[in-house]
Design a protein around this ligand. Structure first.
Ligand code: FUL
Length: 413
């Protein structure tokens, strides 16, 4: 969408809402969970799939308790095994012993997300290593469109559809048809990275956005396995914010036995938070349920600790304001020690600021504490604690009048 007054790219209402979600939980679960592998070849027997204690409410409650606002499930990973009883193939939960073949994990998650009041999204791998017609692009396009149609129509409102480029390097799918299905059935859903995406991959699986991470883009990388960038459809909006995906166990998207030592520390998770959400992007953190069908307690505790730490640091500001223009001055209630600042632009008006500094008044003197370029949806700056009675944002370069939605100071200690 283009703002008629400034011709600056601006987000759609749907993108605006999505950018406010900030924290999403990714959930990789499937045949791989039972085979101690990350990339099944599509020939593991459905008889292996039996998560006898599966409880999607435990998954989604974990997300909710940790302060996450959406949840994305792998409905189908590269091995082609479907977590819903699809009519397109018998390689699905319907052929497994789990709940005598009558279960539907997509449904369970959709229900749990609705109950907990968080957004629900689906990852549906275009690359399919099981489906025999994959080698016939036209036939597979029909097959994949049918799978998407089932998912887009059967499970209520979706917040996001995640198209993974892995394995599809160099392959063309019928993106016009796929985008039309999304427009028809889930017009509010974000589209991740392929077709005519409304959100893009940040380009790594470490959960880290570069700085600056502008919201505009013309392309993004296809996958971890190629430096090549994707061909997007011409109607792709120029405003395409980044999403940072990362697993909570180092480099492991699926659960494997005896890998608790790979769990990343709270300190590392906070670093990821500062460098994803704090760089204006969204964080999609993966927690993998185990072969019982439950998220392991250690992972649950770690992600809840992350949520608590975010709340402890940023739940209550010492002072905050909104403002417009090149200089925004915030008076603290008294002289206080500060060490973190959040700035948010009102991105409904576009990303206007490209050069700024922050100064603190300490003992009558203004001292520069931060220099930055992009602000966008959110910028979190952490710095050496300083005693201040006033803090000001000075915008040194902007395309249009700066519109600041929030300028807030914190003491995180
Ligand atoms: C990658 C995949 O190959 C991984 O298995 C995982 O799904 C990750 C989110 O994306 O491209």
């Amino acid at each position: 969408m283009v703002n008629l007054f400034t011709s600056l790219p601006v987000p759609t209402q749907q993108q605006l809402r999505w950018q406010d979600l900030e924290l999403g939980m990714f959930c990789h679960f499937g045949m791989n969970t039972f085979c101690d592998q990350e990339w099944g070849e599509g020939n593991d027997s459905p008889s292996l799939f039996n998560p006898v204690e599966l409880d999607a409410r435990q998954w989604v409650r974990t997300a909710k308790e940790a302060g996450f606002r959406y949840f994305v499930l792998t409905a189908k990973h590269h091995d082609g095994f479907c977590l819903w009883p699809t009519s397109t193939t018998d390689y699905s939960v319907a052929s497994s012993p789990w709940r005598d073949g009558k279960g539907d994990i997509v449904q369970d998650c959709a229900d749990a997300c609705r109950e907990e009041g968080i957004g629900f999204g689906l990852y549906v791998s275009p690359w399919d290593r099981h489906e025999p017609c994959y080698s016939d692009p036209q036939e597979y396009d029909k097959f994949y469109a049918k799978q998407l149609e089932e998912l887009l129509t059967g499970y209520g409102t979706l917040v996001e559809i995640w198209f993974d480029g892995a394995g599809s390097e160099g392959r063309e799918y019928d993106w016009t048809r796929i985008m039309n299905l999304i427009k028809q059935y889930q017009p509010d859903a974000m589209v991740f990275n392929m077709g005519a995406p409304t959100i893009r991959w940040v380009g790594n699986e470490d959960g880290l956005a570069p700085y600056p991470c502008w919201n505009t883009a013309e392309s993004a990388r296809v996958s971890m396995f190629s430096e090549a960038s994707l061909k997007w459809l011409p109607e792709t909006p120029r405003w395409v914010p980044a999403e940072c995906d990362v697993p909570i166990r180092k480099d492991r998207w699926f659960w494997h036995p005896d890998e608790e030592h790979l769990l990343i520390s709270l300190e590392q998770l906070m670093d990821i938070y500062y460098r994803s959400v704090g760089h204006g992007a969204t964080l999609l953190l993966n927690i993998a349920p185990d072969s019982r069908g439950l998220m392991p307690e250690v992972d649950v505790n770690r992600v809840i600790a992350l949520g608590n730490e975010i709340e402890r640091r940023f739940g209550h500001s010492l002072a905050e304001m909104t403002g417009e223009g090149d200089k925004i001055e915030l008076e603290l209630p008294e002289s206080l020690i500060i060490d973190d600042i959040i700035i948010m632009e009102d991105i409904a008006f576009g990303e206007r600021v490209h050069d700024y500094i922050i100064e603190a008044q300490s003992g009558g003197e203004w001292v520069e504490i931060i220099q930055g370029s992009a602000i966008g949806h959110k910028k979190i700056d952490q710095f050496k604690p300083i005693s201040a009675d006033k803090v000001r944002l000075r915008v040194l370069g902007a395309i249009e009048r700066p519109m600041i939605r929030r300028f807030a100071v914190f003491n995180s200690k």
